[in-house]
Design a protein around this ligand. Structure first.
Ligand code: ATP
Ligand code: MG
Length: 356
């Protein structure tokens, strides 16, 4: 079989994004030949620095190149200006819109041997809910009143639930192939607050149920959880969860909360996913406090790179990266300062490449 060639857009952005995205490139280049993958890379600009230089935080060229040339991409981080800057808005938010990346996928896991193991994925709807940002303020009889629209559509709810189902099936396939895991059976937990918001969250719940009742997911167990009790249970017993699907706002909150379960932000990956395209993105920001010191933890980016590969159906290559990262963490000798170690970014990358 001929090697598959994949073209990857690299968007380091600002701050430590520039220090960790090269790690993603290096691990792709280091994948053993047995995976039959070849990569080519294209460097692309976005972020606050780009905005200061060109007046655009997300140049059209970046979007066009991703659309026309790339099979996937890695995005580092962008810093947000501390004071509101005229004309600046977050390039990753714009990218999600322009490339129709309707899902934010965030796996949160510890190594299987951890004292309190976690191995779950949060699948967050990324286009609607309160984030349609239709707000208004007006004068009421007792002072100002502010309102925001919460929009839930059948289509977006169906798509996101279907993605959660697909991810649950894929995770099971990886387990069946022998990857260590704390789960035996695929489970999707649908999160909502339909006891209060019977129309909006009611539509989400009902549609997600319908999507997950499809034949493709017949081996997937489907449960529901009201979001407030979800938070409680997630923190009490995180090992109970496999795939969690949620509308935008609850997904946002659950994602950051779940990241706290595994310690450093520097460990947690994510992917922005649309139909046939995924951008891997570490969950952390540009970390200005450690920028330029060469000590940023590269693991969130390495795992985001693997996650991007999963959405390109290169599960075996992804599994190899996850395993190399786990081996580094399990040994626990070469760790960056956020993990209590004293290693530099490059030393951790070297160690993980050696294990690949
Ligand atoms: P931004 O506005 O870009 O989000 P921030 O100041 O909120 O920047 P974050 O990147 O969100 O910073 O990081 C929060 C904290 O976690 C910081 O103290 C940062 O140093 C630390 N941190 C984040 N990512 C990493 C990483 N990859 N390695 C080590 N420490 C990290
Ligand atoms: Mg931040």
């Amino acid at each position: 079989m001929a090697a598959r060639t994949l073209r990857i857009g690299l968007i380091p952005g600002d701050g430590i994004g520039r220090e960790v995205i090269p790690a993603g490139r290096r691990i792709l280049e280091a994948l053993p030949a047995s995976f039959k993958l070849k990569f080519s890379f294209v460097d692309l600009d976005a972020g606050f620095e780009t905005f200061k230089q060109t007046g655009a935080a997300l140049p059209d060229k970046t979007v066009d190149t991703l659309k026309n040339e790339c099979d996937g991409a890695l995005f580092g981080a962008v810093s947000s200006p501390s004071v509101k800057t005229e004309g600046y808005s977050s390039p990753i938010v714009a990218l999600r819109k322009r490339l129709a990346l309707y899902a934010n996928v965030r796996p949160v896991r510890t190594v299987a041997t951890a004292k309190s193991p976690v191995d779950l994925v949060i699948v967050r709807e990324n286009t609607e809910d309160l984030y349609v940002k239709e707000e208004k303020t007006y004068d009421g009889p007792d002072g100002k009143v502010a309102e925001a629209i919460k929009r839930i559509t059948e289509k977006a709810s169906f798509n996101i639930a279907q993605m959660a189902g697909d991810i649950a099936v894929r995770r099971q396939r990886v387990r069946d192939s022998g990857a260590p895991s704390i789960h035996k059976q695929p489970l999707v937990t649908v999160t909502h607050k339909s006891n209060v918001l019977s129309q909006t969250d009611g539509l989400f719940r009902e549609t997600a149920r319908k999507a997950l009742a499809q034949d493709a997911y017949k081996n997937v167990k489907v449960e529901e959880q009201i979001v407030d009790s979800m938070v409680y249970k997630l923190f009490r017993q995180p090992s109970d969860y496999d795939v969690i699907v949620a509308p935008n706002l609850y997904g946002d909150i659950l994602s950051d909360g779940a990241a706290a379960l595994v310690g450093s932000l520097g460990l947690v990956p994510s992917a922005n996913v649309g139909k046939g395209f995924a951008i891997g993105e570490p969950c952390h920001g540009s970390a200005p406090d450690i920028e330029g010191k060469g000590i940023a933890n590269p693991i969130a980016t390495l795992r985001s790179t693997a996650l991007m590969l999963e959405f390109m159906n290169e599960e075996a290559a992804a599994a190899a990266i996850y395993a190399a990262v786990d081996a580094n963490l399990e040994e626990g000798k070469l760790l960056t300062p956020d993990m209590g170690g004293s290693a530099k970014t490059d030393e951790v990358v070297e160690d993980i490449l050696k294990r690949l």
